[in-house]
Ligand binder design. Structure first.
Ligand code: FES
Length: 108
């Protein structure tokens, strides 16, 4: 795993989200009441951006057809066997850091 700085804290205020681009991937970062989460931005149903979804009870609801994904682990709330990527977020000073797999270092 390796850590990548993806934003400053001030760029993602409390109860907002933002898409960041990390080594060719779009990742949705959420700041929920000061707790930070990161999941793949791409909804596996038809490709909507999950960063634009509504957040409630630890899940984000896809804005297109309302599939819900847990922010903690990327599991689809209706069928947790289906899961999108989720990534640890660390705050260091003013920086938001994402922990991503080492395999992302290698150009695909
Ligand atoms: S694109 Fe997300 S639920 Fe359809």
């Amino acid at each position: 795993m390796s850590q990548v700085t993806v934003a400053r804290i001030s760029e993602i205020p409390v109860n907002s989200s933002r898409v960041v681009h990390v080594r060719g991937r779009d990742i949705a970062i959420f700041n929920v009441d000061g707790q930070w989460f990161a999941i793949d931005d791409l909804c596996p149903h038809m490709g909507a951006s999950l960063s634009g979804g509504f957040v409630e009870d630890g899940c984000v609801t896809c804005p297109w057809h309302y599939w819900r994904f847990r922010l903690t682990d990327g599991a689809w709330a209706d069928n947790p066997k289906v899961r999108i990527g989720s990534y640890p977020v660390t705050i260091h000073g003013d920086s938001v850091l994402l922990t991503v797999p080492e395999s992302w270092d290698t150009p695909g």
